[in-house]
Design a protein around this ligand. Structure first.
Ligand code: MG
Length: 164
């Protein structure tokens, strides 16, 4: 049995008139993320943390933003594909912890809904997924509501032996 840790980070610009998807949830807000996919930086950070723990590269390598197949795709679809890769490695998530930094909108009211969406995909109970929302105290481009950033760390248990 191997225990492995993975770290992920992502940041996306906000643009007026786009839908905002964060943590797999559509959140009412005047602006949403610029991105090749839905721009869900929370899910992207989680994906990179999972791929890092599994030793499987990163989100850009797996799902290139030059590939039209991923244009406008919901990031939770990509997360499901990454979890399928982990299962093929006989790996499971022990826990994940996320910090999302957004000046607006207020995210705390949406954290439970994010967990409702993400926990079944990650295969963890709600006590094993932490999602903490912070503002940036008005500082910098996140403070000016131009972007949202996210950090994620995951712990993965991989069974020794051949891939399934
Ligand atoms: Mg991204």
């Amino acid at each position: 049995m191997k225990i492995k840790v993975g770290l992920g980070y992502d940041i996306h610009r906000l643009k007026k008139g786009r839908d905002l998807y964060l943590g797999g949830v559509k959140i009412p807000h005047p602006s949403g993320f610029l991105g090749h996919s839905d721009g869900d930086c929370l899910v992207h950070a989680l994906i990179d943390a999972l791929l890092g723990a599994a030793g499987e590269g990163d989100i850009g390598r797996l799902f290139p933003d030059t590939d039209p197949a991923y244009r406008g795709i919901r990031s939770v679809v990509l997360l499901r594909q990454v979890m399928a890769r982990l299962r093929r490695r006989r790996a499971k998530v022990l826990n994940a912890d996320v910090v999302v930094v957004a000046q607006k909108p207020k995210l705390a009211p949406h954290v439970e809904t994010m967990k409702d969406v993400l926990c079944p995909i990650l295969g963890v109970t709600k006590d094993r997924l932490g999602i903490k929302a912070k503002t940036n105290e008005g500082l910098g481009l996140i403070g000016r509501e131009s972007a949202v950033a996210c950090w994620a760390v995951v712990l993965v248990e991989e069974k020794a032996g051949k891939k399934a």
